[in-house]
Design a protein around this ligand. Sequence first.
Ligand SMILES: Nc1ncnc2c1ncn2[C@@H]1O[C@H](COP(=O)(O)OP(=O)(O)O)[C@@H](O)[C@H]1O
Ligand SMILES: [Mg+2]
Length: 298
Amino acid sequence: MKNKKIAIVYGGPSSEAEVSKRTSFAVFNALKGLGYQVEEIEFSRDIPFQLRQKNIDIVYNAMHGRYGEDGSLQGVLEVLDISYTHSGVLASAVAMNKVLTKELVQRHGVNLASGRIYTREDLLPENIQLPVVVKPVSQGSSVGVVILKTRDDFKNLQLTDQNEFLVEEYIEGRELSVAVLDNEGLGVIEIRPKTGVYDYESKYTKGASEYICPAPVPEKIYNIAIDYAVTAHTMLGCKGVTRSDIIYSEKREKLYFLEINTHPGMTESSLVPKIAAYRGIDFKELVEKILFTANVGV
Ligand SMILES: Nc1ncnc2c1ncn2[C@@H]1O[C@H](COP(=O)(O)OP(=O)(O)O)[C@@H](O)[C@H]1O
Ligand SMILES: [Mg+2]
């Protein structure tokens, strides 16, 4: 594969472009260090032409959010007949939609927080039993996720430009995340935000959270967490690496699946590299394993 031309595609219009840039940089260094012919290309509408012009054989998709994670870029790459990492068109599109994802995994025995869709107009204190979590149906990186505990919190509710919101029962519990690589559960990590809330701030600010891997939960719970993540990964038809977010309620002795991320962050301090490290896979090796899941002859 070292004779192939690899492009890491990053950026895009999503609120997560900055995270994507960091992922791209880390992946670039890893692949370069392993001796691959690799370059970074920032996403733009010219992307098909750029990829063609540069005779790219494989795309390492380092984008997050719109276009890169939702199946759009994947569709372009299918048309151009260029191999790419991570999930394909359909799995990417479904995973971006939290409601569709939940409906699908629920059929396979995965436990969920109860919830339903509200339109912007219906999202009123008198219609909702608190506490709840309000999320845009499709978005990532906790931009737009709001926890409402009291009626007063409604005053601070700043909704994104979407029209429909998923309103879920607020589950008090511990935050777990599970990495799946090549259809196999890699491990479960626990995230302990120092503020108590796992928001954008504590996700991307250095030192704002503590990470414990393997998650110190009962073995039975650990195994169910792996099972939920593998079920979501395989039932959606995901490829390469994914990361599923799950809440563990000790009080109810239950897990609640939240979402599957088809493009988990891949900076050296991201969750998936931490889980891989616990399994003895270093960052470079992990990036290479993901590269190998692109459909190309070696
Ligand atoms: N039903 C819920 N109960 C309690 N906390 C939740 C719930 N849903 C989401 N959260 C919190 O919000 C965070 C972000 O939610 P998530 O569904 O993973 O969306 P995203 O990561 O795409 O923003 C979670 O990691 C969790 O800390
Ligand atoms: Mg999440």
